[in-house]
Every structure is written in C-alpha cells, then in structure tokens.
Design a binder for this molecule. Structure first.
Ligand SMILES: *[C@@H]1O[C@H](CO)[C@@H](O)[C@H](O)[C@H]1NC(C)=O
Ligand SMILES: *[C@@H]1O[C@H](CO)[C@@H](O)[C@H](O)[C@H]1NC(C)=O
Ligand SMILES: *[C@@H]1O[C@H](CO)[C@@H](O)[C@H](O)[C@H]1NC(C)=O
Ligand SMILES: *[C@@H]1O[C@H](CO)[C@@H](O)[C@H](O)[C@H]1NC(C)=O
Length: 435
C-alpha cells in the first residue's frame, strides 16, 4: 500500500493532521493524494481554524516536550513569519495537589532538557514582571512559572499556507457536499474500498486516512477511545489605544480553571481567551443518526456554518468572564464581540492516535488532538508518515496506538491532568438549537 507511490490515498479531513500528512506524503513522492472535507480549509468549525492557537513546549511528558520544542524551532523560521508571533507564557495554578503536581512535573521536564524558565514566587513578582496584568491574579498562595520561549500562531493563516503547499505539490481537494464523508464501503476482507459522501458516487481508494477531528468518531467504531467535546472561546474587541496598551500581554493560563488568553490579535483588533476544560458533549439528532452517526456518539453539527456560531452556554460565558476579571478586571464587564464553541477530540490520556484502525486493513486514524495538537503543525507530517509506514520509534508507536481496551470501561474520560473547571455535561435542547 505505502510502498507504491501510485497508491490512491484518500485523506478524510483537511485539518492540521490531514494537511500535514498530505504535504509530507506529497513531498515524499506520492502522486495520488486526495483530501476530502466539508468545505475548503480552513474549515470554519474545525479545531484547526481560528485567529490564534497557542504554541508552547511546556509538557510534563518528555516525548511531547521534545517534539513540541522541535516544532517551536520551526515556527520561529522565516517560513512562518506573519503567522507565528512570539509571546511569553505564564502557567499558574493554586496550591491544589493537582495544579502543584502539574507545574512540578512540567518544570522538571524543562530542567531535564536544559530549557530555561523563571519561577514566579508570588503575585507581586508576577505583576512586577508584567505590569499589564492589572487584576488580583490569584488568592495566595500563588504557584507558577514563566517561559519566554512560546508564542501563538494565526491558525487560519497557517492552515491556508499548508493547504497551498499541498496544492503546489499536486494534492487534490474535493470539498463541499461531494467531499462530506458519511460512511465507508468495505469488501469481505475488511478492506475499505471507498467512502460514501453526501452526494455523488463513492470515492474509491487504496489507503484511507481518517483525519476528521471531532467528526471522525461518528464514522467508525472508536472503542470508547475518543470523545468529542465543545470548549468555550471568547472574543473581545479592543480600541486602537487598547491594542497598544495590551500589546505585551503574556499568555496566562490558570490551571485550576483551565482559563487562558492570547495577546491581542492586531489585524482583527481582538483579544481572545478560552477555557481548556471538560467541555460539553452533543448527542447527534435523529437525522444525523440516519445519515452518519449510528453509534450515537457526541459530535458537532455535520454541515459547517460559514463561521462558528456566536454562542456558548451561559455557565461557560460566566467562567470566561471570571477568568478575565482575574487578570484584566477593567475589561471584564465589556460585551463580547463573539463567543463560540471549539470542538475537540479527546482521548482518555490526552495522547493522539496515529495508528491503523483494528477493524480494517487499510484505514489509518490520525488525530485525537485532545486540544493540544495544532502546535505540532510544522513537524506533524513526518510523524504521520512514519506511523503510516509502521516505522515510528517504539515508544511513540506505543503512545499513539489505537486502544481498544477502553471499550468496556464506564467513564474513561477523566483527562490527561491538564483540564480545569466544572465537570463535563451534555448540551440541553435550547443550547443545541443555537449551534
Ligand atoms: C484551587 O482551585 C480549585 C478550582 O478553582 C479549587 O477547587 C480549590 O479549592 C483550590 N485550592 C486551593 C488550595 O486554593
Ligand atoms: C485561578 O482561578 C481560581 C478560580 O477562579 C482562583 O481562585 C485562583 O486564584 C486563580 N489562580 C491564578 C493563579 O490566577
Ligand atoms: C444518544 O445519547 C444521548 C446522550 O448520551 C441520549 O440522551 C440519547 O437518548 C441517545 N439517543 C438515542 C437515540 O439513543
Ligand atoms: C464505554 O463503553 C461502555 C460499554 O461499552 C459504556 O457503558 C460507557 O458508557 C462508555 N463510556 C463512555 C465514556 O463512552
């Protein structure tokens, strides 16, 4: 399959995982690559799209730290000029055992690799270093550190660039209804022969990559190894004076709540912040279950809106405001320009899945970004390609394997330790109607 450069490779999903794989395979000389999605990338409601995504290499896990650092060095290259913006990253939490442990293990991992960081002893020291942080920050005792080697990427621009790289390298795209995959066709030997789409005839191929993010779990049995959740994001409009005033705002993440922010996005005049938390689930409706989601697993609406809907549940909105009040109280009562849900694909451990699906001989699953995949964009394709050829180093192959052992366990989604805030819940009917 992968030893023939003329194999017909069909990539279902044009987010960061799908495009990174397509670009890498095209560079390696594969000649027959087709990317399918519900719209041309950047796909408005996909988790690879937005004005910003955080780029950092702060990880407790040595593998992610090493690869994220490799990616960070790439983001800093001229290729990503006008796309990547350096900014300091502050990671804090209160003294809860959970927050403490996370900060301790992350800084220990940085130390092991000789990467510098600055411990933040208390609120006063933090505010002295970053006077723009006008709020109370935290009730004592404060616990945190600062890493100046971090930043954010304009996600839409990064995705547009990698899409154009793909086009230039000869990758084909099929988008819209005829690129909206709703099912698979298999032969007697568990081989996928084609994917069915909303309209048109099935699309045949030799090898299929499922990189459909939050939409992928509806298409094949995932053995309880992924869960799709919506996470809240807020956008606040700043005046030109405020843009200047907040230009040096650090990215500040409160581990106890999952709240974090970006520096202002100058081009749009927007201050963005979000919560990396437990999120909301959304069961499919009757029609979606008929079309695609027979397993009744949480999923976002199938048809992409032109842009993300301006809505988050009221409890999410309140949490977004509370977090802002802790760092920039002078902005905390301003109306939001926009609110939105961003759909993640979580795994129980937060590890990605880069592996063949156990039920099929030619279906590779790439994704389950668990809210931290985007930053790997510059180097992700190399790992996808190795995984496709079953040539990953053993520890990574193990980390990113497709796990079937969750299938019979009750609630396996307790997280990777990086989530804060209230527990996950299902969206109610009124909330669903607004999506
Ligand atoms: C830390 O924050 C969490 C979430 O807000 C809270 O439940 C916990 O009580 C806090 N712990 C301390 C020691 O302040
Ligand atoms: C994080 O948020 C919690 C809950 O609002 C708050 O008690 C705590 O002081 C905050 N910590 C930091 C470091 O901002
Ligand atoms: C699908 O799952 C949701 C949430 O778990 C549940 O409320 C709903 O009744 C299920 N729908 C069907 C048709 O089984
Ligand atoms: C995992 O699967 C079991 C049984 O197959 C089911 O009862 C349970 O609800 C699933 N858990 C999740 C989080 O989907």
């Amino acid at each position: 399959m992968m030893d023939n450069k003329d194999s017909r490779i069909v990539i279902v999903g044009a987010g960061v995982f799908g495009l990174a794989a397509a670009r890498q395979l095209a560079m390696e000389g594969y000649r027959n690559l087709l990317v399918l999605d519900r719209s041309m990338p950047p796909v408005a409601d996909g988790s690879s799209s937005d004005i910003s995504r955080m780029i950092r290499f702060d990880y407790a896990d040595d593998d992610y730290l090493r690869i994220a650092h490799q990616a960070y060095l790439e983001w800093s290259q001229p290729k990503y000029q006008g796309i990547f913006y350096p900014a300091p990253f502050i990671l804090t939490g209160n003294t809860s055992a959970h927050g403490q442990a996370w900060i301790a293990s992350t800084t220990a991992a940085l130390t092991r690799r000789d990467l510098p960081y600055t411990r933040l002893e208390d609120v006063a020291a933090t505010k002295q270093m970053h006077p723009v942080l006008s709020g109370p920050l935290a009730a004592p005792p404060f616990n945190g550190y600062l890493n100046t080697q971090a930043g954010w990427a304009d996600a839409n621009k990064a995705i547009s660039q990698i899409r154009d790289d793909c086009l230039e390298l000869g990758v084909s795209f099929l988008c819209g209804r005829s690129g909206t995959v709703v099912g698979l066709e298999t032969d007697a030997s568990k081989k996928i022969t084609a994917v069915r789409t909303l309209v048109g005839s099935p699309i045949e191929g030799d090898c299929f990559l499922l990189t459909a993010g939050a939409w992928g779990s509806s298409l094949v049995p995932m053995y309880n190894s992924t869960l799709t959740t919506g996470q809240v994001v807020a956008y606040l409009r700043l005046t030109p004076e405020e843009l200047a005033q907040y230009r040096d705002l650090p990215m500040y993440a409160n581990f106890s709540t999952g709240w974090f922010n970006f520096p202002p996005h100058e081009e749009t005049g927007i201050l963005k912040f979000a919560i990396h938390g437990w999120g909301y689930t959304r069961a499919p409706d009757q029609e979606e279950m008929m079309i695609v989601n027979q397993a009744n697993v949480s999923a976002p609406p199938l048809i992409p809106p032109r842009e993300r809907r301006n809505f988050v549940p009221a409890d999410g909105e309140a949490r977004l405001r509370e977090g802002l009040r802790e760092i920039l109280p002078e902005l905390a009562d301003r109306p939001f320009e926009k609110l939105a849900l961003c759909w993640y694909t979580d795994t129980p451990t937060g590890d990605f899945i880069l592996d063949y699906h156990p039920d099929f001989t030619n279906l590779f699953v790439g994704g389950a970004g668990s809210g931290h995949g985007f930053k790997f964009l510059p180097v992700l394709g190399e790992y996808m390609s190795l995984a496709l050829k079953k040539a990953l180093p053993e520890n990574l192959a193990h980390k990113w394997r497709f796990r079937t052992d969750y299938a019979t366990r009750e609630d396996v989604f307790l997280g990777d330790g990086s989530r804060g805030g209230p527990i996950r819940r299902e969206l109610n009917p009124k909330e669903r109607a607004k999506l």
